[in-house]
Write a protein that binds this ligand. Sequence first.
Ligand code: ADP
Ligand code: MG
Ligand code: MG
Length: 206
Amino acid sequence: MPLTVEGARDFIARAKEAMDSHKDYLTQLDSAIGDADHGINMSRGFGKAHEKVSSGSYGDLGGLFKDVAMVLMGSVGGASGPLYGTFFMKISMKLAGKTEASVEDLREAALEGLNGVLALGKAQPGDKTMVDALQPALEAMKGRAGEAEALEAAVKAAEEGMLATVPMLAKKGRASYLGERSVGHQDPGATSSYLLLTCLRDAVLG
Ligand code: ADP
Ligand code: MG
Ligand code: MG
């Protein structure tokens, strides 16, 4: 069950839905340790990304994900706009020329995306950011026999990683300004990353 261009469109449509339906939740999380806009940012960004890719025609997955990256960079703002923009830009570069991506291709592309996020944001695992959902998810996919198994493992690890941000002390982004007061709250970006992984799983597995 490789991801096709149609599948990638479906992934972005699902991401739009997920960010819309979790808009208030993400904003609530960000109101505790940030500036209460993460849900608004994600919902606007994936709304515009969906609008863009649903009307575009694409010869490869790279072109589609490049449009997603450009739209996120141009419309999300804040910390998460450039970070998710870079994430999808690196993915688009890895998937350039491909009309289909296996789950292993997706893992490799997402690993490039994660490395882009790490290079730009300079966060380490444990700093209470989106990295804490993405990194364990990609790690959990390694060496899985089946594609469904790999995707389910990614979602489970992302969820655990997201929940594990609660006791963490934020070292990056706005939440880090709170110091000890950031402890006891779930990171908004780790939560949106978890949601994105559920959307990818559902788009691939149908
Ligand atoms: P802003 O904080 O600028 O308002 P958002 O609220 O949209 O942006 O996004 C906040 C999220 O961005 C955080 O919850 C965190 O997961 C992520 N984030 C912030 N800084 C970094 C960083 N340096 N590296 C990785 N992720 C980061
Ligand atoms: Mg914010
Ligand atoms: Mg903001």
